[in-house]
Design a protein around this ligand. Structure first.
Ligand code: ADP
Ligand code: MG
Length: 767
């Protein structure tokens, strides 16, 4: 048993200093001079609008990214960098790879392509030859170029008729004799609706130049030295305005290490605080129960399902709490395994419990949590079907399934909570927030969390009761290497559900260029007429107004155009839950042919007759998300078909099943798109996860995006697996030396850990 580590709350903050007014006479005139201490310096807490060079309008927009103070801007890390050095020569260019080249504009022409698109061609002389930059349907770009100008363009090039061509490159216009102090490596930041790179860059620059203090160093001196990590002030400057390519890597390494080191320390503290684990109820599953449970399903379990169910049953038979992660690709049939475990729990009698009013013995309770209400409702419905009478074979079960979702009225919820507390409701299905928020169980034996990756780090031990701990089963379609799983979740067993239910065929996936859309819709309509159903998925930031418009306008467009002969339904995240549910029901029952949706249908939705999918603006989705989406049409016996529509023409797309692409004009830009190409190239979720690791930008930790846990800024538990292991080792060593992190030089570190993880891990109540 590790000693509990008391963690003191951060000491009271010193009173905030009044930020200086900007105006004549202060640093606005001396842009590089920092105001002196004592002269009302701008601090890290200074609101961005008070920093010279930011302004109220920009500051207002930056709030959409959650950036309010100078410190916020400094901690908003770039997601990528662009080489704007212009250092490449024509001979250096490699097709499909990023290149940056300087040249003089020699001509600017605009014309209409065979495909009817407006095309702007800017030719640059870059001795000893020339390259072309092209833009489609962006006529305003023409005004920004003049013959004789010197520019740097950056982007990916391809060979078109023997010349290198950059489609939609980034451009830096060089002033006559420009001497740029800025780095040639330009940071590219995560943005929000209406916020431009230039807004963020200005705020970061202002914070670096004018905040009197930079955040103090949190990492112990000896660690910085032994790990060769950049000190905080250098790292902060270099991560935003790198002086060289090598420094980008060094700065990132420091912050990645810091995040993972803090996470490891926080997890240790958390573990130290947890009481001794209590026993879980033993759930013995004998052959009779096993047979009775399996008989309730409308299919035979696959060999993989049988194996994994046995692993779970063996765990649950012990009185030590199970802690198991079940990984299986989208569509592999994880739900059946979860329901098996749930039914085993409720089939087991609570020893010594008094019989219920009708004289029956009382069984254990189980909870199933899902990331969305749609999915929770679907699981509840599946359970009802499994528990219903099975013609002539099995009686209707008397186990009551309780649903806990956000759209229920307060009175219905409180009735449900009562039934849960009394033990009358034996299976509880809900969204995580609801099941965790105040539900008190009487005899909880098992907690299943579906799509665990959506919840992120550390969500275990959330459902507890006084006397015992429940067994825990986590389901995920996102494979996480075992070592990483241990680092995030603590000691954890992993089961793999390999293999798919019989008769399943991989989804035929096509990249559809914009110029091939007519042919695609022809094809889509033909399949609908054969009696299939389908989805049209629109990439939309649901929270934003524009996102909403985009799904609604796609719906209007389809209903009055390509799909006017069919019955269409619309679902998006902003719809009231009842409405969403009603539309889903109509789709499930076949009264709607095509569901136009945002990614609310991404996880779990299971409508076997729906085998067609069109993903509009596919570039707007991540690889894991695309794969999850495609998983929706891999459920029935008929082969699923998925078209990923991209803004640029697809390279030599095979015609989907007779739909002839209308031949992209030779001069049209065919942009390789690594993510879409990977998606089209394989339907193996584990392979895609690997590719995703290679392609993904930093900072996208599995799951923390959607969970309540603080996001990781730069670290990525998968990509930075090595650093995770290192940080874990170092955290352990530090704990051995100073188990309470009391050393004077650890104060800042303790505060930061508290701030980042205190709430999530419940570290606050101690010390
Ligand atoms: P996921 O692993 O993505 O959660 P599901 O559990 O939703 O997948 O299962 C996908 C589909 O496969 C469902 O329609 C389910 O009924 C079906 N299914 C699961 N197991 C089997 C099986 N052994 N035989 C036939 N169909 C199955
Ligand atoms: Mg599922």
């Amino acid at each position: 048993m590790e000693p509990p580590v008391p963690l003191s709350p951060p000491p009271p903050q010193p009173p905030r200093q009044e930020p200086a007014e900007s105006g004549p006479g202060n640093s606005a005139l001396l842009p590089t001079e920092k105001p002196r201490a004592g002269g009302r310096p701008r601090s890290l807490a200074t609101p961005l609008e008070r920093l010279p060079g930011v302004g109220t309008a920009r500051a207002d927009r930056l709030k959409r990214l959650g950036l309010v103070t100078a410190a916020d801007a400094l901690m908003h890390f770039p997601r990528d960098y662009r080489d704007f050095s212009g250092a490449h020569q024509i001979a250096d260019i490699v097709a499909g790879e990023h290149a940056s080249i300087a040249g003089d504009v020699v001509d600017v022409t605009s014309r209409i392509t065979g495909g009817g698109r407006q095309m702007l061609v800017v030719r640059l002389a870059c001795a000893p030859g020339s390259v072309r930059a092209v833009w489609f349907n962006m006529p305003f770009m023409a005004k920004r170029f003049a013959v004789g100008q010197r520019v740097v363009i950056a982007g990916q090039a391809k060979l078109a008729v023997g010349k290198w061509e950059f489609a939609h490159p980034e451009v830096r216009w060089l002033q006559a004799g420009e001497r740029s102090d800025a780095s040639d490596w330009l940071a590219v930041y995560p943005l929000a609706e209406g916020v431009l790179q230039s807004h963020v860059r200005a705020a970061v620059q202002a914070a670096l130049d004018h905040a009197a203090d930079l955040p103090p160093e949190a990492l112990p001196e000896d660690l910085l030295r032994s790990k060769e990590l950049l000190p905080i002030d250098v790292a902060l400057r270099e991560i935003h305005i790198p002086s060289s390519y090598g420094m980008i890597a060094a700065a990132r390494r420091r912050f990645v290490y810091e995040e993972l080191f803090m996470l490891q320390l926080a997890l240790r503290m958390h573990r130290g605080q947890q009481q001794v684990r209590r026993a879980a109820p033993a759930i013995p599953v004998d052959g009779r129960i096993d047979g009775r449970i399996r008989a309730r399903f409308p299919f035979e379990f696959t060999a993989a399902q049988v194996r994994v169910c046995a692993e779970i049953a063996a765990d649950m038979a012990r009185s030590e709490p199970m802690n198991r992660l079940l990984q299986g690709d989208v569509g592999s049939g994880k739900t059946a395994v979860a329901l098996y475990a749930i039914l085993a729990a409720v089939a087991t009698r609570v020893p010594g419990a008094p019989a219920d009013p009708r004289g029956r013995s009382v069984g254990y309770q189980a909870a199933l949590m899902a990331p969305t209400e749609l999915l929770a409702r679907q699981h509840a419905a599946t359970l009802e079907r499994v528990l219903a009478e099975q013609e002539g074979r099995l009686r209707k079960s008397d186990v009551r399934v309780e649903l806990l979702v956000g759209s229920q009225s307060a009175s219905r919820r409180s009735q449900a909570l009562e039934r849960i507390a009394s033990g009358a409701s034996r299976i509880v299905v809900g969204t995580q927030a609801l099941v965790c928020g105040g539900a008190v169980f009487r005899n909880l034996a098992l907690v299943v969390i579906d799509e665990q990756h959506r919840f992120g780090v550390v969500q275990r031990g959330i459902l507890q009761q006084d006397h015992t701990d429940p067994h825990t089963l986590l389901l995920t379609a996102t494979p996480i290497p075992r070592t990483i799983a241990h680092a995030i979740y603590g000691e954890l067993d992993v089961s793999i559900l390999d293999g798919v239910p019989p008769g399943r065929q991989p989804v035929a996936t096509y990249r559809v260029g914009h110029d091939q859309l007519d042919a695609w819709w022809d094809f889509f309509r033909r399949k609908l007429k054969e009696g299939r159903q389908g989805y049209v998925v629109v990439a939309a930031v649901e929270e934003s107004k524009r996102g909403l418009e985009s799904v609604s306008s796609a719906y209007e467009h389809l209903a009055n155009g390509p799909l006017e002969a069919f019955r269409l339904g619309l679902v998006h995240g902003r719809m009231p839950a009842k409405k969403k549910q009603a539309v889903m029901e109509e789709f499930r029952s076949g009264r709607i042919d095509v569901l136009v949706a945002t990614s609310v249908i991404e996880v779990g939705i299971d409508v076997p007759n729906a085998t067609l999918m069109t993903i509009l603006d596919a570039e707007g989705f991540g690889l894991a998300q695309l794969h999850q989406l495609r998983g929706r049409v891999a459920r029935g016996a008929a082969r699923g078909i998925c078209g990923a529509v991209t803004a640029s023409p697809a390279p030599d797309s095979p015609a989907p099943d007779g739909a002839a692409p209308d031949g992209a004009a030779a001069e049209d830009a065919v942009e390789p798109h690594p993510r879409i190409d990977a998606f089209v190239g394989t339907t193996d979720g584990f392979k895609l996860a690997e590719q995703d690791l290679l392609l993904r930008g930093p900072g996208d930790l599995v799951g923390t995006r959607q969970s309540g846990a603080p996001p990781m800024y730069l670290a990525d538990l998968l990509r930075d697996a090595k650093v995770v292991a290192e940080a874990r080792q170092d955290a352990m060593e530090l704990f051995q030396r100073d188990p309470r992190l009391e050393g004077a030089e650890l104060t800042r570190l303790r505060q930061l850990i508290h701030k980042r993880w205190g709430e999530t891990l419940g570290l606050g109540g101690v010390g």
